[in-house]
Write a protein that binds this ligand. Structure first.
Ligand code: FDP
Length: 369
């Protein structure tokens, strides 16, 4: 072998071994290759297993449950990425239980989550935005001890125009003494009882953000290896941001307190003049608020006097993540996580954001009109 061959081989090996940026290949002289890790790879499964070491009695079934969510969301993301190429965009021609037009992707995402989660023995009950009633998982295992509540595709009215959408989920433990048929007892619990919650944003990349009550962590899906890889460890919401996020087209129907609050943000009363950002896909608007700070609001409006967002599978998981990251989430009167739900598809106003903006919000609410 001459030195050109060596150099070609060396370059090839270097390319092969530079595994998507996780490893580095170095040549020593012309013959030796030394591989060193540039970044440790932590997949979401590894992270969950490491975290479970805190609990000596943990059986690993919780990580198996979460793998149902990661598998389903990878399947959803692959359809979302092909939207426009396959016959998956547009409406299904039905309305769901909320009277909203179902998109084909809503239906697909729901079926995938129901399918993947039904395989997990630890899950007894599933409740989805797309189904009128909670479902008892067919295996009816006596080992079932969790309910999973989810919105399969949040913001789906945006899917036809390439705007980011997401999946939100909330995991609750079966209440003591509840039988398998007491499905409402499984899911009608305040958000403070969630054992884990999270969301996936199918955006410029796909990111899974979740918490088991021990901080918030983000995992970006690496399409080259098909795994969610830790990319945002221990996310903390900034104390103050520079954006507020609300559908301002409805402002003439907001109460005076909300309008006073927004005026204070605009006028610089909090030490800066805020800019506005509103995607209209709650999970994406929240994700920006989580990383950059600021506030997201969906107040009561004329069309939605009790707010538009659903308590169990939108507001509760978002609240759980926000609080775990140092933020605050309110319905305008109380902490969202303290609301005792009365029905599966109950709606709530939701105001979520950084400490500074939320303190001002609470002050404006107390001040009255
Ligand atoms: P969508 O109807 O597209 O599913 O809760 C549903 C939701 O989107 C949120 O994701 C979003 O923040 C909100 O509705 C948008 O509602 P408006 O169009 O009334 O602003």
């Amino acid at each position: 072998m001459n030195s050109d061959d060596h150099s070609r081989e060396d370059n090839l090996a270097r390319r092969l071994l530079t595994l998507n940026g996780y490893m580095e290949a170095r040549s020593i002289g012309t013959e030796l290759l030394c591989i060193s890790r540039t970044k440790p790879i932590t997949t979401v499964q590894q992270h969950i297993l490491q975290d479970q070491k805190r609990f000596p009695t943990a059986s690993g079934e919780f990580s198996w449950l979460l793998s149902g969510i990661t598998l389903a969301t990878k399947m959803i993301e692959s359809k979302v990425r092909r939207a426009g190429l396959s016959d998956i965009v547009g409406s299904q021609g039905n309305t769901n239980v909320q009277g909203e037009v179902q998109q084909k992707l809503d239906v697909y995402a729901n079926e995938v989550l129901l399918h993947c989660l039904s395989m997990r023995e630890s899950i007894g009950v599933l409740a989805s935005e797309e189904n009128e009633h909670p479902l008892i998982v067919p295996h009816q295992s006596p080992n079932a001890k969790y309910a999973v509540v989810f919105d399969p595709l949040d913001g789906s009215s945006n899917i036809d125009v390439n705007v980011s959408v997401g999946t939100t989920f909330s995991i609750l433990r079966k209440p003591d003494g509840a039988g398998l048929n007491d499905v409402k007892k499984w899911v009608l619990q305040p958000g403070s009882k969630q054992v884990a919650a999270g969301y996936v944003v199918y955006g410029s990349s796909t990111i899974l953000v979740y918490s088991v009550g021990n901080g918030v962590h983000g995992f970006t899906l690496d399409p080259a290896i098909g795994a969610y890889v830790l990319s945002h460890e221990n996310i903390r919401m900034p104390n103050q941001g520079k954006y507020y996020s609300v559908n301002e087209a409805y402002r003439d129907t907001f109460s005076q307190q909300y309008n006073n609050y927004l005026e204070r943000l605009r006028s610089g009363a909090l030490g800066r003049r805020y800019a506005s950002r509103y995607i209209g896909s709650m999970v994406s608007d929240f994700h920006r608020t989580l990383l950059k700070g600021g506030v997201f609001l969906y107040p009561p409006t004329a069309d939605h006097p009790s707010g538009k967002l659903r308590l169990l599978y939108e507001a509760n998981p978002i609240s759980f993540i926000a609080e775990q990251a140092g933020g605050v989430c309110s319905d305008g009167k109380q902490r969202v996580l303290d609301i005792h739900p009365q029905s599966i598809h109950q709606r709530t106003p939701m105001i979520v954001g950084s400490a500074v903006e939320m303190a001002e919000f609470e002050r404006c609410m107390q001040e009255g009109s």
